[in-house]
Design a protein around this ligand. Structure first.
Ligand code: GCB
Length: 614
């Protein structure tokens, strides 16, 4: 015990040192502008020319040095003597956003570089700046405008933008983007994962026009633990002192504050807004005005906390009726990205009776988070710290932390996001614990108003009892774990008798369970891959957890079958992970109705009554 305490104190001291270094690093970070879709944007979605470049000859010369005349120059042969060994204008077209794997059969398994080029017309406007914004591109992206490099980004699932004001011309312009999706061992994720490594410009590309001095970031939310105070900040892109007004017309609220020398102003408004909840997903229009800029958002207000073994939304116990979701397009294969994709997917979750979704295993696009918010669905959002990444590599840590920052920065105003998750099924080691402790501390530092979790695993089994004993338990608000009893080990009968040892005074959440089933394959409940087996596993698993104290919700694996290179079984899997309760063609399997029935019978509190005296 003494030894344990000493180790704990030592770890704490280490953590404080790490935190201090983290704080310094944060001050230098830049944030992608908040709420880009509400700004003055020109979409660059649509047809782009592309060149497949497996040997990266558009980037390197024959000595493997960076070629100053790479494909980004978008050269054309000037005359019949001029040797240029590529031509974007005669290369094929791809409609973006999209993964490339499902757009061209030659690219289904492709991992490497592809160059994209688009021409556009621009008119320069005095007193305004233009940014080029990417919702996401997987994985390593370099962006060039009119032949000049404007920036690069690593990580496949978070937004990035570059100020291109000075490289744009009046009239014709072109943008060239090189995206490389090769898996690298030190990456986040690493080389091994159970989903398709879709490459390409997978989310919206926009040109954003803003005033020279504009509102680039803000946070507006209820003060933690109070129902009568709305707090937050507004930040300008420049370190200037200026008046800022925040208005919430439906609450007759209007406050003018002044930014400090760093360009930031804090906001505090006395008000008792009606609360957002799954039963009543109320959003208020919030307007923020500066001298030259105005931005409008739809913002909901709520409190989320845990008390003992309960999760409480607005002070009332809530059960998370969830489902896990990959960012896989409904009905067609490939990456989902659009508002329409989001409507279908969240519509399915609602039909199932969900009030919660786990957006696995990386930050999903902003449209689906907002769609879930409008439809009253709470969200678990996570970064791809998945399985065995390079715990000891500082670059891997920096990459994971950057992706965490970008995820939180983008969605911090979404009241439906209630859990930030920092890892999935990571194996125990000192190095892993130190890595995750640091990430957990970082999450708290950036956002102390939401819950923190990570998908853990069963650590031991004794006497027909599964035990969760992960060192990280002390850093999370919710003990979450994945477990596939009855599929990866054990039988359906084990589900009738298995006991659970979760020795913490915290709620527990089952972040995954499931079984593979080919839609339309029928048999007895003893035959794997049948709908019957999957449905039976759902029935028994749900009954098992429902008896355990502290069961606060679950997100079974998974809403829809999804592509994965690890799933090779011919005529059953055919490269699909078949644990969906909806097939890749959108057909519900029997397990869908088992879960729906369980959620119907599970009592949801009605719109929580708020105790304003708190
Ligand atoms: C897991 C992983 C998930 C896999 C799933 C499976 O535990 O977290 O990414 O897809 O199991 O189907 O094996």
């Amino acid at each position: 015990m003494l030894l344990q305490n000493t180790v704990y104190t030592m770890r704490k001291a280490m953590l404080i040192t790490l935190l201090l270094s983290v704080t310094t690093a944060y001050a230098q970070n830049d944030v992608v502008m908040q709420n880009v879709f509400a700004r003055n944007v020109t979409s660059l979605n649509g047809s782009w020319n592309y060149i497949i470049d497996p040997f990266d000859m558009g980037y390197y010369d024959y000595r493997l040095n960076e070629n100053p005349n790479g494909f980004f120059k978008n050269q054309k042969a000037k005359n019949s003597q001029h040797l240029v060994e590529y031509n974007f204008d005669t290369s094929p077209l791809m409609v973006l956003p999209s993964d490339w794997n499902t757009k061209n059969p030659q690219l289904f398994f492709y991992e490497g570089s592809i160059w994209f080029k688009k021409d556009f017309v621009h008119t320069k406007q005095p007193g305004r700046r233009t940014y080029i914004y990417f919702g996401a591109a997987n994985y390593d992206t370099k962006v060039y405008v009119n032949g000049t490099k404007v920036g690069e980004h690593t990580g496949g699932f978070t937004p990035f933008e570059f100020d291109v004001t000075n490289v744009l011309k009046d009239g014709n312009n072109f943008v060239v983007v090189r995206v490389n999706n090769e898996r690298i061992p030190s990456g986040v994720p690493t080389v091994n994962a159970d989903w398709w490594n879709y490459g390409g410009i997978t989310r919206d590309v926009l040109l954003v026009s803003v005033p020279d001095v504009f509102i680039d970031d803000y946070l507006i939310q209820l003060e933690k633990g109070r129902y009568d105070n709305i707090v937050g900040y507004v930040r300008l892109n420049q370190a200037v002192e200026k008046p800022i007004t925040v208005e919430i017309p439906a609450l007759s609220l209007r406050q003018t504050v002044r930014t400090d020398v760093s360009g930031k102003a804090t906001v505090s408004l006395r008000a008792k807004p009606e609360l957002w909840s799954p039963d009543r997903p109320l959003l208020y229009e919030v307007r923020i005005l500066s001298e030259n800029d105005t931005i409008t958002d739809q913002i909901g207000f709520r409190q989320i906390e845990t008390v003992g073994k309960e999760i409480r939304l607005n002070g009332k116990k809530i059960f998370l009726k969830g489902i896990a979701i990959h960012e896989e397009a409904p009905f067609r294969q490939g990456r989902a990205w659009s508002p329409e994709d989001a409507k279908t997917t969240i519509g399915w979750a609602k039909e199932l009776g969900c009030n919660f979704v786990r957006l696995a295993h990386y930050p999903h696009n902003e449209h689906i988070v907002r769609e879930a918010e409008r439809q009253g669905v709470m969200v678990w959002s996570e970064i791809p710290v998945y399985w065995t990444i390079h715990w000891e590599n500082p670059d891997t840590y920096a990459n994971a932390e950057r992706q965490l920052d970008e995820m939180i920065d983008r969605d911090k105003n979404r009241c439906n996001v209630i859990i930030w998750s920092v890892a999935n099924e990571t194996p125990h080691s000192e190095a892993r614990d130190a890595f995750l402790e640091k990430l957990a501390a970082r999450t708290r530092l950036k956002d102390s108003t939401r819950l923190l979790s990570m998908a853990m695993e069963v650590t031991s089994t004794y006497d027909n009892t599964s035990k969760i004993n992960d060192y990280m338990h002390r850093y999370v608000d919710i003990i979450s774990f994945n477990n596939y009893l009855g599929w990866y080990g054990g039988t359906l009968n084990d589900l009738n008798t298995r006991r659970w040892d979760i020795p913490y005074d915290k709620p527990f959440f089952v972040s995954e369970f499931g079984a593979g089933a080919l839609q339309g394959k029928h048999g007895t409940t003893d035959e794997i891959w049948t709908e019957e087996y999957q449905a039976e596993l759902y029935r028994r698993t749900l009954a098992m957890y429902d008896k355990v104290e502290g069961f606060a919700g679950c997100s079974p694996w998974i809403l829809v079958d999804f592509y994965s290179p690890r799933r090779q079984l011919n005529d059953i899997q055919d490269f699909f992970n078949r644990k969906g309760i909806i097939s890749n063609n959108g057909i519900r399997k029997q397990a869908f109705y088992v879960l729906q029935d369980f959620y119907r019978r599970k009592i949801t509190p009605l719109t929580p009554q708020v105790d304003y005296a708190r």
